[in-house]
Structure formats: structure tokens, C-alpha cells
Design a protein around this ligand. Structure first.
Ligand code: B1M
Length: 209
């Protein structure tokens, strides 16, 4: 639809003024947040990824696209998260070591908050030791790992192994996600679950906890 195409274009062109204005306009018009997110913003970012892969654009353009996405996300984030409701429990999330992609992880965090969980976001480039330390400190029952690069998703197994090796964290469940992952990979590293997208992560958390 034209309204989403314009929004996608603003992400592809890295125009953060347009991405902000169009998102705000769509919100004001009462367009469902999920449609703004999936048909406009994420669709635009998918095109950016394809162009980057095909060497049609380069890192600076991707950074501009990420900034345009972040600004738009700032508008819809409060609409995705639910405030003032009782929490269903604590979940730690983070992007694994060596990886600085955080747009998807942040979206997962926002949706989990919207789903009623308290989210402890460790940020990006998080080591296995840090995940284990924070799990012990915060007494959480679920950790969510995100990875966007094929070389960093391999690090997820080390995190699961460290958690399982310590009696204090052996029962902590681990869910994984990120563009290069699938259910088969999640099974192969001993993860308790895999979600393909942010809303799937909420369903999975509800199942696991
Ligand atoms: Co990067 N990058 N990038 N990048 N980047 C990818 C991932 C890449 C696929 C692009 C490409 O080549 N087509 C490629 C990886 C290739 C591979 O692994 N084989 C790549 C590369 C190579 C790199 C660099 C190495 C480039 C370089 O320096 N030469 C570098 C990495 C640096 C590092 O991390 N050490 C790099 C850097 C960057 C930027 C900084 C410029 C920027 C990131 C900005 C930021 O995140 N703050 C960036 C971006 C924006 C991308 C693309 C274009 C878009 C990623 C994104 O945000 N998508 C990406 C191409 C692509 O994926 N199409 C690409 C939108 C987001 C909503 O989706 O993150 O998939 P996604 O999250 C989804 C699901 O995956 C899922 O839910 C989310 C919502 O639906 N999900 C979970 C994610 N985590 C989950 C966790 C869960 C459950 C679901 O449970 C816990």
C-alpha cells in the first residue's frame, strides 16, 4: 500500500526526518502499530539488507537506514509496550559477543515488555560470562539471545554450555533468535526455543515460563 511504501522508502533512503514524520502521521491516523512496523519499517530494512548484500549500497547508507529506523521506533515503542501492569517475570536479553546489531533485539525487548515481562537488556556484544553473571544476580528463569551474523551465532552454544554447567543457572531456559537462525540450529545448540520474530518471542516466552 502507498502509505507503507513511502515509509519503507524513507528507511531505504536513510531519511530520519521523513521516517519520523510518516510514522507519526500513520499513528495519528490510527493505523495499527503492527502494520506500521511490519509493512513499513521492517520491510524497508529488508530491502536495505538485500541491497547491502548485493553491494548496491555500503555501510554508511546502512547506518543511515538504521538511524531512520531507530527514530521511527521511538514513536511506536510506547504503543507496543504496556505500562503499569503487573509483571509476569524477568527476562534477560542481549546480542551475543562480537555482534553489535540491536534493532531486532530491541524490538523483541519492547514486545516482551508489551507482553507483560520485565526486561533486563544487557545490550550488544555481550559475553557468555556476563549473561551467566546477570542470570545469577537477577535470579531470572529465561534468557533471550540475539545474533545477526553467521559467525556470532556460533557463540550462542558457549553461553548455553556455561549456563548448564553451573547449578545456579542450569535451569535457566534459553530462547534464541535472529535472521540467520532457524529451529534446526536452535535444536543443535541445545536452546529451549527459537522464535522467528518479536511477537513469536512473546509467545515462546509464555510457553517456556
Ligand atoms: Co549488518 N549485517 N553488519 N549492520 N546488517 C546484516 C546482518 C547482513 C545480513 C547484511 C548482508 O550482508 N546482507 C550481514 C551479515 C551476513 C552474515 O552473517 N552472513 C551484516 C554484516 C556483514 C555486517 C558487518 C560485519 C558489516 C561490516 O562491518 N563489514 C557489521 C557487523 C559489525 C558487528 O556486529 N560486529 C554490520 C554492521 C551493521 C550496522 C552497524 C551498519 C547496522 C546495525 C545497526 C544496529 O543494529 N544498531 C547493520 C544493519 C542495519 C544490518 C541489516 C541491513 C539490517 C538488520 C536489522 O536491523 N534488521 C542486516 C541485513 C538484514 O538482516 N536484512 C545486516 C531489522 C530487524 C527488525 O530484524 O534484526 O532480523 P532482525 O530481528 C528480527 C528477527 O530476526 C527476530 O525478531 C526481530 C523482529 O522481527 N529476532 C529475534 C532478532 N533477535 C531475536 C531474538 C529472539 C527472537 C527473535 O529471542 C531472544
Amino acid at each position: 500500500m502507498a502509505k507503507y511504501q513511502e515509509l519503507s522508502e524513507s528507511i531505504i533512503k536513510g531519511d530520519n526526518i521523513k521516517s519520523k514524520d510518516i510514522t507519526q502521521k500513520l499513528v495519528d491516523e490510527g493505523v495499527p502499530t503492527a502494520e506500521i512496523l511490519n509493512d513499513g519499517l521492517i520491510h524497508g530494512m529488508d530491502v536495505v539488507g538485500k541491497k547491502f548484500k548485493a553491494n548496491q549500497i555500503y555501510l554508511p547508507e546502512v547506518l543511515l537506514a538504521a538511524r531512520a529506523m531507530k527514530v521511527a521506533m521511538g514513536i511506536i515503542k510506547p504503543l507496543l509496550s504496556r505500562s503499569g501492569t503487573e509483571t509476569k517475570g524477568k527476562i534477560i536479553i542481549g546480542t551475543v559477543k562480537g555482534d553489535i546489531h540491536d534493532i531486532g533485539k530491541n524490538l523483541v525487548g519492547t514486545m516482551l515488555e508489551g507482553g507483560g515481562y520485565t526486561v533486563i537488556d544487557l545490550g550488544v556484544d555481550v559475553s557468555a560470562e556476563k549473561f551467566a553473571e546477570e542470570a545469577r544476580k537477577n535470579d531470572v528463569k529465561l534468557i533471550g539471545l540475539s545474533a545477526l551474523i553467521t559467525t556470532t551465532m556460533i557463540g550462542m552454544k558457549a553461553i548455553i554450555d556455561i549456563l548448564k554447567a553451573d547449578k545456579d543457572t542450569a535451569d535457566v531456559k534459553v530462547m534464541v533468535g535472529g535472521a540467520p537462525l532457524d529451529q534446526e540450529y536452535a535444536n543443535s545448540i541445545g536452546a529451549d526455543g527459537y522464535a522467528p520474530d518479536a511477537s513469536g518471542a512473546v509467545d515462546l516466552a509464555n510457553d517456556l515460563l
